[in-house]
Design a protein around this ligand. Structure first.
Ligand SMILES: [Zn+2]
Length: 233
């Protein structure tokens, strides 16, 4: 593993693309059974699922399009349910609700990441100090990453926790209070979990004794995807 990090350090002075190329492609050709030491044991890599460097921009664009599609597909029946197309249009004509939505979204981003972290601790037996929060300012991305591999079941609970704990309850509260604004906010928040849905989808067949691990973002960028590990000791 030291070799692995050395190689990254050497590449630091080059550019993002080369690092991503290394991270995503070199690993493929290397011995799949490479082991790595973590605080809580030794793991061997079973597979990795990273988006290739050259496909990353296109992938992010695709995720954003899915997020917009999500909003449209869910907002239409919601608006029909409330019978309130007019209210929404009126609301958005004023800048105040739009501004409040922005603030709410920023608050949600923080809560969203906290919920991922709390789930790692509660369900994945990860220690508080092994959970890292941060921001990648360049891409405006917030993250919560466990520095040790997380059992796949706990990792998947963590991925969906913001949906279970915020989006669904908020949508229900919106219906109960007859507030189309809250219901739409829930849909808006849900669309912010699009990458988590993507991870859920691609990890659906991972065997339950395995572990999920995401790399920490580095100065030069971050990886979309994760490694699957098996614990060896
Ligand atoms: Zn998330």
């Amino acid at each position: 593993m030291i070799r692995f990090f050395n190689a990254i350090n050497q590449l630091y002075s080059l550019n993002d693309t080369k690092i991503w190329y290394y991270l995503t492609n070199k690993q493929e050709s290397e011995n799949r059974m490479e082991t790595r030491e973590f605080n809580n044991g030794t793991y061997e890599e079973v597979s990795n699922h990273f988006i290739e460097a050259k496909k990353k921009d296109k992938f992010i664009l695709k995720l954003n399009l899915y997020a917009i599609l999500f909003i449209i597909v869910l907002a239409i029946p919601t608006l029909l349910l409330f019978g309130s197309f007019n209210i929404v249009i009126d609301g958005f004509e004023s800048l105040v609700p739009a501004f409040l939505y922005m603030i709410a979204f920023l608050v949600f981003v923080v809560i969203h990441e906290l919920l991922h972290g709390i789930s790692f601790i509660l369900f994945g037996k990860v220690k508080i100090k092994e959970v890292k929060f941060g921001l990648v300012l360049k891409s405006g991305m917030a993250y919560c990453i466990s520095t040790v591999p997380v059992p796949i079941k706990a990792a998947r609970i963590s991925l969906m926790m913001p949906v279970y704990a915020v989006c669904i309850p908020l949508y229900i509260v919106g219906i109960l209070l007859n507030s189309v604004g809250l219901a739409l906010l829930a849909i808006f928040f849900l669309s912010g979990s699009i990458a988590d849905f993507y991870y859920m989808w691609i990890s659906r067949k991972v065997e339950k004794e395995l572990y999920m691990f995401e790399e920490m973002p580095v100065e030069s960028g971050y990886e979309i995807g994760y490694r699957i590990y098996r614990k060896v000791k």
